[in-house]
Design a protein. Sequence first.
Length: 149
Amino acid sequence: MQFVCQNRKAYHDYAIEETIEAGLSLLGTEVKSIREGRINLKDSYVLIKNTEAFLFNCHISPYSHGNIMNHEPLRTRKLLMHKKEIVRLQGKMAQKGYTLIPLKIYFKNGRVKVEVGLAKGKREYEKRDAIKEREAHREIEKAMKSRNR
């Protein structure tokens, strides 16, 4: 697998409970642009309409060697998932506070895949606790490393 893009802010702002791999319906110039790494997942999200999943606000820059037929950067893209998966996720999203967020975009067997996470928003104090815990863990690792020298 060749990772292209990762949504790091999602891991900070949300508690990811479940991840799902989905295909992405793209145009040719979009795939070429993704291969160049010109994609941004910031502020993107997934909505389910009529048992179909769509990716919104995912910015794929126009292909550098494209012509007049280049794609729109912020167009809505369809996610390729089984109907049973979509219905199951729709049921979980009906609960308060859950949303679907794209976490990673990568190539698998020559095809573009999206890792979508079922996420619940963190409160401000939860974010601060996570930062404190991470810093404490770093200091412990640093102390252990210097002790072993």
